[in-house]
Design a protein around this ligand. Structure first.
Ligand code: ADP
Length: 453
């Protein structure tokens, strides 16, 4: 631009001088004025012409100044300015519009990409070919407790688990995707499935991408399933082995001795009974977990339901010399499935009797208000063996028993509490436990108190 202006000035100057020389010649010729005087007059004329030209250039310089200020500040030049710039202004307006459109598209793409990355359960980390971090999504930041400010950091400075760093470094070195499973021990045990792959753009390697998936929950469920199959097989193996040996003993001669025969037949009946109880429990659990149990919701008097179940357990308690008492507040009406409530209370009372050798079992039903609602709470309190604190978090798991031998001897499978918990939760409630070894336990069933319909 500056060249153009200089050229225009020069050409104006030459033209003025040439015109001045011609003018001076004409003046000296026709007006009889000495040539030198004519030259001076012409020079003055030329200077006046040039000055007027330079003055006419000033607004243009100002326009360029305004334009460059606007562009430097990243602002669109005003419509007036573009108009004043004429053809150049038109071209600038078209270019600006195109640039704005491209910028908006890029921004939209970036927003979408960020939203996707932030929603992903997988941890994603990208780095350039020199190992400088380009991106970390929140799943990765949470998974590896990474600093929030990761710009200007290298992947090696992120304190990533060693197994993952190794994947990244192998990918950078070999230029091929690398897969691996990584087990973390701190702060808690976790299993990750991870892969690192080169980032390619326009056929060129520009960095590395690391993706890690947390498999801990999946592994836990897998373990529960495996344990379940193993537990069921184990529970069935013992009675089946007993049945087989009893029948064999009968076949090889036991049947001929009436006393042995009766004893063995009774044992067979007991084992068969035990197996059918186990199957019943398993079917009940399966129905609950598959959501296939049929519910009969009614307005139920909790006091009546508690009294009926307690009555059923009186003979068992008496047989062990235990006192069984019941105290209920009047008018405890809940909307619930009475059969399910009775089953929960039976399982709790069954345990209370099984795991108490002396003392008392007290059942109390009352209305309680807590921070999370209004409830009918039924407490089953015993003075039994109690549960060590380290076992408390697991006693509601399927097949979990504190003392396997003792539970088995009492005819338990370790399923009663998990069924009770499932039922209580399906009824909109919960079960809690407090226990002290040697002193006893209190199991509480919480049922939400609803308005009568
Ligand atoms: P089980 O058929 O073995 O009784 P549960 O699921 O009902 O199975 O209970 C799981 C375990 O919790 C029991 O094996 C026992 O160790 C413990 N437990 C449950 N209730 C009591 C209780 N009232 N007193 C002491 N221990 C209990």
């Amino acid at each position: 631009m500056r060249d153009k202006v200089a050229r225009a000035l020069l050409s104006r100057l030459i033209l003025s001088l040439a015109a001045g020389e011609i003018l001076a010649l004409a003046l000296s010729q026709y007006l009889q004025i000495p040539h030198a005087k004519a030259m001076v007059a012409t020079a003055i004329l030329a200077i006046v012409a040039l000055a007027s030209f330079v003055l006419s250039l000033r607004p243009l310089t100002e326009l360029f100044l305004n334009l460059s200020t606007a562009l430097k500040a990243g602002n669109k030049p005003s419509d007036l300015l573009l108009k004043e710039l004429g053809e150049l202004g038109n071209a600038l307006a078209v270019a600006w519009e195109r640039w704005e459109k491209t910028f908006a598209e890029l921004k939209e793409e970036r927003v979408l990409l960020t939203a996707i990355l932030e929603r992903m359960a997988e941890g994603v980390i990208a780095a350039d070919e020199h190992g400088n971090v380009l991106l970390i999504n929140s799943a990765a930041a949470q998974m590896f407790r990474l600093p929030l400010d990761w710009s200007n950091r290298r992947v090696t400075e992120l304190a990533l688990p060693f197994g993952l760093l190794e994947l990244v470094q192998r990918t950078m070195k070999l230029g091929t995707p690398q897969f691996g499973e990584v087990q973390l021990l701190h702060p808690e045990e976790r299993f990750l499935d991870a892969y690192a792959t080169p980032l390619i753009a326009d056929g060129k390697r520009i960095g590395v991408l690391l993706v890690a998936r947390d498999l801990t929950e999946l592994k836990r469920l897998e373990r529960i399933r495996r344990d379940f199959v193993a537990n069921v097989s184990h529970e069935l193996r013992t009675p089946i082995a007993t049945l087989r040996s009893l029948t064999e003993a009968l076949l090889i001669g036991g049947k001929d001795d009436p006393e042995v025969r009766d004893k063995f037949l009774q044992a067979i009946a007991d084992e068969a009974e035990r197996m059918s109880k186990l199957l019943e429990n398993l079917l009940e659990l399966a129905r609950l977990e598959a959501g296939r149990r049929e519910w009969r919701w009614q307005n139920v008097s909790a006091s009546d339901c508690v009294a009926q179940v307690v009555e059923r357990f009186k003979p068992f308690a008496e047989r062990k010399g235990l006192k069984l008492t019941v105290r209920t507040e009047p008018d405890l009406t809940v909307r619930t499935d009475p059969e399910a409530l009775a089953q929960i209370l039976s399982n709790l009372l069954d345990n209370a009797v099984k795991y108490t050798e002396r003392g008392e079992i007290a059942v109390v039903a009352e209305r309680l208000e807590t921070a999370d609602g209004v409830w009918v709470a039924v407490h089953v309190r015993d003075t039994g063996i109690g549960i060590p604190p380290e076992h408390l978090p697991r006693i509601f798991e399927r097949f979990y028993r504190v003392d396997k031998a003792r539970s088995r001897q009492q005819g338990g499978f370790g399923l009663g509490l998990s069924i009770a918990k499932h039922l209580a939760e399906s009824l909109g409630g919960k079960i809690t436990v407090q226990s002290e070894v040697g002193k006893g336990s209190i199991f509480t069933v919480w049922l939400p108190l609803s308005k009568l319909e």
